[in-house]
Structure formats: C-alpha cells, structure tokens
Design a protein around this ligand. Sequence first.
Ligand SMILES: [Zn+2]
Length: 150
Amino acid sequence: MVARMLTITASQRAAMLATCIRALPDEGCGLLLGTSEGVVVDVVASDNIAASAKVYEIDPKVLLRTFRRADDEGLEVVGVFHSHTHSAAYPSPTDIRQAPDPAWHYVLVSLAQVPSELRSYSIVEGEVVEELVRVEGLAPEETSPRPSDH
Ligand SMILES: [Zn+2]
C-alpha cells in the first residue's frame, strides 16, 4: 500500500489541539474539510456528544452541516480528529471498529505527554496504516515525528 499523506497548516494543527484541550477531561473531536488529495482546508470542531474520556461521537448536526458545506464549496469531508487524554496517538479497538470510511484520514491527538502528539492513519477493514503528516508553516524539524512501527 502506498503511504498516504495529510497536509495541514500550523494553525489547523493548533486548532485541533485547542479543541482537544478545551474538551478535557473528555475526548475532543471534530471534522476535517479538504480535498481528495488530503489537503485540509478547514478544521471543524464538534462537541463530543458522548461526553466521555474514553470515546468520542461527533455531533450529528455538525456532521450534517459540514457535509452540506463541503457540497457548497466543492470540498470533501476528508477525515475526523479526536484526542486520547491518557493514551498514545494510535486508534483504539473501538476507533478501529467504528471507523466509518476507508477514504478518511483518522487524526489522533494524544495529550498523554508534553508536548502533545498528532498522528494520522488510514483505517481500512480493520487495518491501521500510519500516514505522513505534513505541517505547512513549520520548519522541518518542528513537523510531527516520522511514522513509527507500533
Ligand atoms: Zn480514540
């Protein structure tokens, strides 16, 4: 499988982190609006309507509104992000089981350590493959760590 890439800006990265920190002690979450090439155009924060530190659920109103906006603007909902408050930035068994779309980018933000960690994965039929995350507007040494074996 060819490794896919997710391209975000430094401010989009900051927006995801801010959403996840605001949601504490629960997991934070939101949607990624962008292009089929994996270039994120906007980060859409959602309440975690599961209101849980263990799982997340995007507000269906946000989901509907974001899909409509994607249609209006010629974009796609390309993925979802959520935080792990006390565990690694890797999809949990629940995350893998509930991954709705093989084309999506699943971004995990771990707040379990300082600094926080952001990684992205594809999840296809239960198989998790880490993707490269390119952060525009940061020097190369500041971009997220290279994908590692888990
Ligand atoms: Zn999770």
